[in-house]
Design a protein around this ligand. Structure first.
Ligand code: RTP
Length: 150
């Protein structure tokens, strides 16, 4: 458990084009996480293949890369207590068929191939993904309210 744990959250091209970016940011803000990096980026297939390197060889891999390269994504780093695990809970199950209502996917998605958002699945993968998407580093700052909110 670390108050300073970081996770990499990404709004996928379908989330950007459907206008859900603001709601996703709002959910993380309201939950109590601190925004420490944010950018809109149209990623290259090579960059996405590196991000999804673990999935190379899966039947859906080429389609996944094509989908992810079809338009800009919103890349973000959120910092706070148990950011990785809580971030995954907020996203909901990978397949929207199983995503609980109240989660991002459970509220907005129907198909696993168009599931709106990505969230790191472990602290180590979060750090790897943050380096890949933000080689320039993230922003360091202190919120005044950090004395009474995580
Ligand atoms: P993500 O990395 O996007 O947060 O998703 P995840 O860890 O929950 O799931 P993972 O198994 O790593 O899959 C990554 C993304 O690949 C797409 N996918 N399509 N059967 C399929 O067509 C299929 N399975 C997975 C989804 O977009 C999933 O989020």
């Amino acid at each position: 458990m670390s108050v300073q744990e970081r996770t990499y959250i990404m709004v996928k091209p379908d989330g950007v084009q459907r206008g859900i970016v603001g709601d996703i940011i709002s959910r993380f803000e309201k939950r109590g996480f601190k925004l420490t990096a944010l950018k809109l980026v149209h990623a290259t297939p090579a960059h996405l293949e590196e991000h999804y390197a673990d999935l190379k060889g899966k039947a859906f891999f080429p389609g996944l890369i094509k989908y992810m390269a079809s338009g800009p994504v919103v890349a973000m780093v959120w910092t706070g207590l148990d950011a990785v695990k809580t971030g995954r809970v907020m996203l909901g199950a990978t397949n929207p068929l199983a995503s609980a209502p109240g989660t991002i996917r459970g509220d907005y998605a129907l198909a696993v191939g168009r599931n709106i958002c990505h969230g790191s699945d472990a602290v180590e993968s979060a750090e790897k993904e943050i380096k890949l998407w933000f080689p320039e580093g993230v922003v360091q700052y202190t919120n005044d309210n950090e004395k009474w909110v995580f």
